[in-house]
Structures are given as structure tokens and as C-alpha cells.
Ligand binder design. Structure first.
Ligand SMILES: Cc1ncc(COP(=O)(O)O)c(C=O)c1O
Length: 466
């Protein structure tokens, strides 16, 4: 005789857990949301002239194919065959139904998660690293430089460069470099060189170290270092792991697949949650759903989740700012905490960015998405509950999405609503065990950021005529 708990487990086993697509069903185009928006996002500005930046202003940093994608007005862009071929190493990625998490929460909500941790790097980042390496190799570039926080992006780009015969040099934010030695080794295994940022190798790094030799680093500083090196050598270009339009567009393969997967089971989500660092996994999952919403075909609530210690959408301002700390990039109108804001060294290194994708910021301003900031201990509590029911140890970044998902599922428990919740599980946390150690041993804390700290970082926003 089975007891009640065993019966429950047996029942769960006959339910469908994964909604899968065949390799032949993988979408072959990326989606560009820009032409479908009620108004276009404001242009990037040249930092010297403060005039709208033209494609040529980006040439020292990016190959023309990517610049054209950055400013494209086409709704769809074909994914090159060579890129599709690499994508098929792990794509289409699975859509899971979290039956056991639902049971553990006692919620009538139906929870789904789109899992990007199946990629070689362990996250969504190869979805854009691969095309970026491909287009750079096609343009004859010798080396790519980049920043990395958690190390996921550095791993992804190093992997992609290895496939397309490019050299790769990575500046990793000091706090993450120290917390995650095995990430660095994985990046090196794929062939890239890794530097602890701020470094002595660049003027941007030296300036920061002169003021504070123990600086924990930030994504803004690491970007400055990688951009500085790329801008000085015509054979070197820079690759950004998030924020820009073309990066978010490459990630839309996630949402396009998820739409096909939901169509297979005749379900549409009521709520979609995803974490936002620079906005790429969130934009990638949600933009195809937003397209359907704008076309009146579905009406999900779409919610971005950010860390309470780096809340660019919920506590930042919408203004022109630099994408990096040293002020070398074009000016972008975005939600920003100020380029000098150095977030506390929380474990979600990939969410420690002072700004937000200008496209996503614009969409937030249009009222098409919501945003929520969550403290890290709540995120790790959610991650542990998720791991103990679904068996996947999430990267620290998507623990934010899981915390918001659990909040929503518990609200459904109160109201009795059977909402369908879709969560972006954009990476695994196998190299983030130091973060789990901090949480499980009770050493993890939530430091509230004072208003004075926000105000100080916002005091020196660049002056841009209206
Ligand atoms: C696993 C993971 N999730 C999320 C992020 C945040 O970036 P984005 O907002 O562009 O997805 C990162 C960035 O490094 C990451 O590594």
C-alpha cells in the first residue's frame, strides 16, 4: 500500500515535466521588438558632440553587421546557418513544469520555467556570444575583449571565440573573481585570458586603483577596461554581454521557443517574471510574449526583478548616462543609478550593473512591464526551496526571478487563483557555491542602500540638452 505522500510522488511522475521541441523546430529568426513599439526608443548620443550617434561612431567597437542589427527596423533577422548549427548543441532548451515546487508551496498556480542552464556555459549568454563571435570573425577581427561579472558571460564568449578562431581577453569584476575561482578556470579552459578588474593594464583600471587599491570592482569599471583596450587596436573589437539592442534581440530565441512550447500544450502564461542585470535574459524571454500582447493575442503581466542593492529600474532615474564608469561609451537614455554607483558585492554578480538596457528602460517607461526589487536572502531562500523540489541549483541571478515567482504563487494560494506563471531560469549555479555557502552558514546579509548613497552617485550624471 502506498501512503499519501508516495501516491503524490507517483502521480507527479506520470505528469508531463518537460515540454520539448525537436532540433528541427528551433526558430530560425530573431525578433526585433523596436518596430512594434508605440514609440521608438531615444537614440544613443555621441559623448563628444551630444548628437545622435551614427553607425560609424560604433565602428571602433563593433563590426558593421552587429551595428546594423543595433539600429535595425526589421521585425525579424535571419539567424545565420553557422550560428544555428552551434545553437543546436543545446537548443531548443527545455520548458519545465515545476510540479514539485507547486506542491511544496501548496499553490493552485501552475509554474513553468524556461531553463537556459543546459548551454555549454551554463546560462543564456551563449545565445548572443555565438553570433557576436561569428560576425566578428566574418569581419576579420583577431581578438575580442569583454567584461564579466559572475563569469557566465566571460565563459560564453570564451567558448564562442574558441569555435570561431578568435582570441579573447576578459576583465572579471574583482569581487566575483575572488568569489568564483572555478569560473575563471572554465573561461581559461575555453582559451581566453582573464584579468581581475580593476587592473593595472588600463588607464581606467589604474585610476580606480589609485583611489582605492582594494576596490571590489563593478561591471561599469570592467567595461571601461575592455573598451579602452579594444578602441586602441583596429584588430580588436569589444563584445558586450547585455544592455544593447542586438544582444537582447539574439536572446529572443528563448521567448520564441517558449511560445512554441506553450502552443504545444495549449497554455498561455498569465504572469512572466525574469531577473534583470542589463536586461538580456528578461528581454529575450519576454519580448516575443510582449509582441503577442501588443497584438491583443494574450495579456500576461510581465515583471522584471532586480536586486534591492542595485535597483536601477525601481530606484534609478531615466536619463542619459554612460554605459561604463570611465565615460568612454556613447550616452544612452536608460534607467541608471549613476555610473559611479558601486553596488554592494552581492552574490548575483551579473546583476551589479548601474544601468539598464535602454530598450527595456523605454518599454518600462511606456508602462508595458512592471519592476520589483528583492533582497538577496529572500532570493537564496527561494533558490533552496527550488533546488530541494526541482533538483536544479540556480545561478544567483535567476534566484531573483524565483523569489518573485514564489511570491506570486503564494498570492495565488491566498486568492485561490490558478494563474500560469512563467519564470526565466537563465542559468545554473554550479560555480556559485560560495554564495550558497554564505547563505547556508547564515553569513549572508541584506544591506539597505541609503538614499544618500543613491543621491551621491546620481549627482554627476552627464549634462545633456533636452
Ligand atoms: C546567469 C545570469 N543571469 C542573468 C544575468 C544578468 O544579465 P542579463 O540581465 O543581461 O540577463 C547574468 C549576467 O552575467 C547571468 O550570468
Amino acid at each position: 500500500m502506498l501512503d499519501a505522500r508516495s501516491k503524490e510522488i507517483a502521480l507527479a511522475e506520470v505528469q508531463q515535466h518537460k515540454i520539448l521541441l525537436d532540433e528541427s523546430e528551433m526558430p530560425t529568426q530573431w525578433y526585433n521588438i523596436v518596430p512594434d513599439l508605440p514609440s521608438p526608443p531615444p537614440p544613443a548620443l555621441h559623448p563628444g558632440t551630444l548628437q545622435p550617434a551614427g553607425p560609424e561612431d560604433f565602428l571602433p567597437l563593433f563590426p558593421m553587421d552587429l551595428i546594423l542589427q543595433e539600429v535595425s527596423q526589421d521585425r525579424y533577422v535571419d539567424i545565420p546557418e553557422e550560428v544555428q548549427d552551434v545553437y543546436r548543441l543545446w537548443r531548443p532548451s527545455p520548458l519545465f513544469r515545476a510540479h514539485r515546487l507547486e506542491k511544496a508551496l501548496g499553490t493552485p498556480a501552475k509554474i513553468y520555467y524556461k531553463y537556459e542552464g543546459v548551454s555549454p556555459a551554463g546560462s543564456h549568454k551563449p545565445n548572443t556570444a555565438v553570433p557576436q563571435a561569428y560576425y566578428n570573425a566574418k569581419a576579420g577581427v583577431r581578438k575580442l575583449t569583454t567584461e564579466t561579472g559572475a563569469g557566465q558571460w566571460g565563459t560564453a564568449l570564451s567558448f564562442a571565440c574558441a569555435l570561431f578562431g578568435l582570441e579573447c581577453e576578459v576583465w572579471q569584476v574583482a569581487a566575483s573573481y575572488d568569489q568564483k575561482p572555478y569560473r575563471r578556470l572554465m573561461i581559461e579552459a575555453f582559451g581566453a585570458t582573464v584579468h581581475r578588474s580593476p587592473s593595472e593594464l588600463t588607464q581606467a583600471g589604474r585610476n580606480v586603483l589609485a583611489e582605492n587599491p582594494d576596490h571590489p570592482g563593478s561591471l561599469g569599471i570592467a567595461i571601461s577596461e575592455a573598451v579602452e583596450v579594444a578602441a586602441q587596436d583596429p584588430e580588436i573589437r569589444y563584445a558586450l554581454g547585455s544592455v544593447l539592442n542586438h544582444v537582447l534581440m539574439h536572446q529572443t530565441i528563448i521567448g520564441e521557443e517558449a511560445l512554441l512550447q506553450f502552443a504545444k500544450i495549449g497554455v498561455t502564461p498569465d504572469v512572466i517574471v525574469g531577473c534583470t542585470g542589463g536586461g538580456s535574459n528578461f528581454g529575450g524571454l519576454t519580448f516575443p510574449f510582449l509582441r503577442e500582447k501588443l497584438a491583443g493575442k494574450m495579456s500576461p503581466t510581465i515583471r522584471a526583478v532586480e536586486p534591492a542593492s542595485c535597483p536601477s529600474l525601481t530606484r534609478g532615474v531615466y536619463a542619459y548616462d554612460f554605459g561604463d564608469t570611465a565615460g568612454m561609451t556613447p550616452l544612452m537614455k536608460m534607467h541608471t543609478l549613476g555610473r559611479n554607483f558601486v553596488p554592494d558585492p552581492i552574490h548575483a554578480g551579473g546583476l551589479r550593473y548601474h544601468g539598464m538596457s535602454p530598450l527595456l528602460s523605454h518599454i518600462y517607461e511606456l508602462g508595458l512591464i512592471e519592476a520589483l526589487a528583492v533582497p538577496q536572502t529572500e532570493c537564496f531562500a527561494a533558490a533552496i526551496q527550488f533546488a530541494r523540489s526541482e533538483g536544479i541549483l540556480p545561478a544567483p541571478e535567476p534566484t531573483h526571478a524565483l523569489a518573485a515567482c514564489i511570491r506570486e504563487a503564494l498570492a495565488c494560494k491566498e486568492s485561490g487563483e490558478e494563474k500560469v506563471i512563467l519564470t526565466a531560469l537563465c542559468g545554473h549555479g554550479h560555480f556559485d557555491l560560495a554564495a550558497y555557502d554564505a547563505y547556508l552558514s547564515g553569513r549572508m546579509t541584506d544591506e539597505a542602500v541609503t538614499d544618500a548613497r543613491f543621491a551621491a552617485a546620481l549627482a554627476d550624471l552627464p549634462q545633456v540638452p533636452a
